[in-house]
Design a protein around this ligand. Structure first.
Ligand code: ATP
Length: 256
């Protein structure tokens, strides 16, 4: 894909960026998706490009919710389709969740290209092309499928837009977001806020799902009941604070 050497200190980050650019060239990622990726990279840098302990707790709780759900749906946008198609398909397979394409900058052609892209990565049924229901939103992320997001009880929304996240919560759904920005409207309004890079978060969630798949309903409910989302958001902010402080100390800058 690129000439980026494997030993480059920012190899993972640069490869991720290349995948988004390739997604734009393939017509599955919007140009605006490049901006969203940039904002994500900045927060990942501040978090330390790692899964924090608290993010892992959120990922485990997210999997418990998905395994407990009767109609869980994974919402796929142009960035996640470009970055992690295999992981989206694998998570849907292991949990029994349904994939649905949902785009802010929607066109039928782009929806179909993403569906084909997911199929090329092993997906079976992928929803999103019907768009037979509309949430009360002025933009196209409000267009959903009746049998998918509209009737879902649990929706996983990696890289969501804040408006729709709030709308889904208002509709009584359990919303699990994956967003590196702990202060986004999405993170602040989700039931479970996974503050981690989608590339790491989905890998972790697939492993949790494999491990927890045969857990009893009581065990899964116990994980859900003991989960505290406010603490997870606080911990992410603390992780950023600590990293900035450490960096300042190393540079001899006084941290107020
Ligand atoms: P909100 O409407 O929730 O306040 P926003 O306007 O900042 O959010 P968008 O531009 O719609 O959000 O979406 C980009 C969001 O996705 C950003 O919060 C960014 O941190 C996050 N993001 C981008 N790339 C990644 C990634 N690879 N992993 C996790 N999060 C990411």
């Amino acid at each position: 894909m690129t000439g980026i050497p494997r030993d480059h200190p920012r190899y993972e980050s640069l490869i991720t960026r290349e995948k988004i650019v390739e997604g734009v060239h393939m017509g599955i990622t919007s140009h605006q998706g490049l901006g969203a990726q940039g904002r994500g990279e900045a927060f990942d840098y501040l978090i330390g490009e790692r899964t924090t302990g608290s993010a892992a707790v959120a990922e485990r709780a997210a999997v418990a919710w998905i395994l407990r759900a009767s109609n869980p749906v994974i919402s796929v946008n142009g960035n996640t389709a470009a970055l992690v198609p295999e992981s989206l398909v694998a998570l849907a397979d292991v949990t029994g969740a349904t994939l649905e394409v949902n785009l802010f900058h929607r066109s039928d052609a782009r929806v179909h290209r993403i569906i084909e892209h997911l199929r090329a990565h092993g997906a079976g049924k992928v929803l999103g092309s019907r768009g037979d229901r509309r949430l009360d939103l002025s933009h196209d992320r409000g267009i959903v499928d009746e049998e998918g997001i509209f009737s879902a009880d649990v929706v996983l929304v990696p890289l969501e837009d804040g408006d729709r996240c709030q709308k889904l919560v208002e509709m009584g759904k359990t919303v699990i977001s994956i967003d590196l920005n702990p202060l986004s409207r999405t993170s602040l309004s989700s039931t479970v806020s996974v503050i981690d890079n989608v590339t790491r978060a989905l890998q972790n969630m697939i492993q949790f799902a494999k491990d927890m798949k045969s857990d009893s309903q009581e065990n899964l409910q116990g994980i859900i009941d003991s989960y505290d989302n406010r603490k997870v958001i606080n911990d992410a902010l603390y992780a950023i604070h600590e990293r900035l402080k450490l960096q300042s100390d190393e540079m001899g800058i006084q941290w107020i």
